[in-house]
Design a protein around this ligand. Structure first.
Ligand code: IDP
Ligand code: MG
Length: 155
């Protein structure tokens, strides 16, 4: 068997309100599942303003910040934690570029989104960012430690 490599990472993924409204929850989760990524936690919620501002703190003061907060709190999101070796980078690759105009075909944004403001999905941009973002959405008890029967054939 091939050697197992890579340290286990976790990443926060949000299906944004446009993804929920457009009925794309299943399609987006399906892509991540089919890739073989491991789901550790999942919930649907409407973000309050304070949590949204903390989540997007790096963008505080930018011209698009008010519309970003208004949009992300406008309806339910699906929040998830996915885990595995290199999962942060893999999810970012599968999301595609922030601006769907530049997002490659085959990516979630490249295939399914048109606008920068409504680009369907959030994924942590680094392991450090994920460690800050995940506790905004999940307590430790809400994350499941479980072994997929497929793991031995994936990593
Ligand atoms: P990311 O979602 O690809 O990590 P970020 O730069 O972290 O992109 O921006 C967070 C979100 O803010 C983006 O997904 C996008 O919806 C929105 N956004 C970023 N830059 C702009 C902009 O210049 N105009 C409008 N919306 C923006
Ligand atoms: Mg970001």
């Amino acid at each position: 068997m091939p050697e197992k490599t890579g340290t286990v990472e976790r990443t926060l993924v949000l299906i944004k309100p446009d993804g929920v409204q457009r009925g794309l929850i299943g399609s987006i989760i399906g892509r991540l599942e089919k890739k073989g990524l491991h789901l550790a936690g999942l919930k649907m919620l409407v973000l309050d303003g304070a949590t949204a501002e903390r989540h997007y703190a790096e963008h505080t003061g930018k011209d698009f910040f008010p519309s970003l907060i208004s949009f992300i709190t406008s309806g339910p999101v699906v929040a998830m934690v996915w885990e595995g070796p290199n999962v942060v980078g893999m999810v970012r690759s599968m999301m595609g570029a922030t601006n769907p105009v530049a997002a490659a075909p085959g990516t979630i944004r490249g295939d399914l989104a048109i606008s920068m403001g409504m680009n369907l999905i959030h994924g942590s941009d680094s392991v450090t960012t994920a460690k800050r973002e995940i506790p905004l959405f999940f307590s430790a008890q809400e994350l499941c430690a479980w072994q997929s029967t497929e793991t031995d054939w994936l990593v």
